[in-house]
Write a protein that binds this ligand. Structure first.
Ligand code: SAM
Length: 330
């Protein structure tokens, strides 16, 4: 069936092959750069796309050449029966890679089930190895459960685990080196991320320019730039000369990577966002619930891809995006 369809290519000749799928906008943490403390505006459950609806949309995307899907949120492990959804999605023809982003607080309970349901890669968010700093940033004493989640992920057989660390000026700079040592020792790929001005929480976070940090880490670990990207994603990777591991740098602010953007995002309420840092979107839920047939949905997806903006404007217009990351699906 997939051969019948032309792939999704936007106005800037970028081929869309990757969907980030938010399965909930809720989270058990309140990271200082993400969901504001006391936030009450979560989507009502009646608006959450059901597993049937999600499977249908992802199936259509797969027919249009999207081969990779990442489950995200909010915290995806808060969505009940997530392994059931993973099993359904990983069985879809054309889908080659199903991955998950998680804060890992509940991963110890779910790692094995997710692995056997077809999730083949994990990204885990962790901003420090200091329990005190993790509590300060995430609003909860979450480090012990995250470390238990990592142990469970290793035991379940997940390979090439990536650890995402938001680097914040004046907050966790001192934690970068211990994180790099920990990740290299455990065989994980550390990825440092510049904080983005999404919502007032993101805007109130001082991003750390990763250029100088990269130089320091390169000297400390004898890092060389990797010629090939690991996964067609936003990170630029540097590898240790002895081949022990690599560290990734995601620099949306100091050096944006929009020219190679290959992704779109579907939020839990069925809104398709064409860019993390712009407002262009397509509301799919009314179509799905209004009886649209597959041909109509495919035409709407193609039209939406035409709207994909050339780039975000986080630097020029930092106040533009009022939604915070967890709503769009980070
Ligand atoms: N709960 C899951 C997790 O923790 O990975 C998935 C969703 S979370 C929103 C995805 C990623 O977005 C996390 O790595 C988080 O640190 C990052 N994030 C959230 N707000 C951000 C911001 N303003 N700038 C940069 N990264 C942000």
């Amino acid at each position: 069936m997939s051969a019948l369809f032309h792939p999704l290519i936007d106005r800037f000749q970028r081929r869309i092959t990757y969907l980030r799928l938010s399965v909930t906008d809720r989270c058990d943490l309140r990271c200082s750069y993400c969901i504001p403390k006391g936030f009450k505006g979560f989507e009502e459950p009646a608006h959450w796309l059901t597993f049937d609806e999600i499977e249908r949309v992802v199936g259509l995307f797969a027919q249009l050449g999207v081969s990779r899907v990442r489950l995200t949120g909010g915290e995806p492990l808060l969505r009940r029966n997530l392994p059931d959804l993973a099993r359904r999605l990983s069985a879809l023809p054309g889908l080659a890679d199903l991955s998950l982003s998680t804060n890992a607080t509940q991963l110890a309970h779910h790692a094995a089930a997710l692995r056997s349901a077809g999730v083949n890669r994990l990204n885990i968010s962790l901003d420090s190895l200091s329990a005190e700093r993790v509590a300060q940033i995430s609003g909860r004493d979450s480090l012990p459960s995250v470390l238990a989640g990592l142990d469970a992920a290793d035991k379940a057989g997940f390979q090439r685990i990536k650890i995402n660390m938001v680097a914040m000026r004046g907050v966790n700079e001192a934690d970068i080196l211990p994180m790099a040592e920990f990740c290299l020792a455990r065989g994980y790929t550390l990825r440092l991320i510049e904080a983005m001005p999404m919502g007032e929480t993101g805007r109130n976070t001082d991003y750390l320019d990763l250029g100088p940090i990269r130089e320091q880490l390169a000297a400390r670990f004898d890092l060389r730039p990797q010629a090939l990207e690991l996964d067609g994603g936003p990170a630029r990777y540097w590898s240790t000369a002895d081949g022990r591991g690599q560290i990734g740098f995601i620099t949306p602010i100091s050096q944006h990577f929009c020219a190679t953007c290959n992704r779109v995002r579907l939020s839990v309420d069925g809104t398709l966002y064409l860019c993390l840092g712009q407002e262009e979107k397509l509301e799919l839920r009314p179509m799905l619930r209004g009886g649209a047939d597959d041909a109509t949905l495919i035409a709407a997806l193609r039209d939406a891809i035409e709207l994909k903006p050339e780039r975000h404007t986080f630097v020029e217009q930092p106040e533009k995006i009022v939604r915070f990351m967890s709503l769009t699906g980070g």
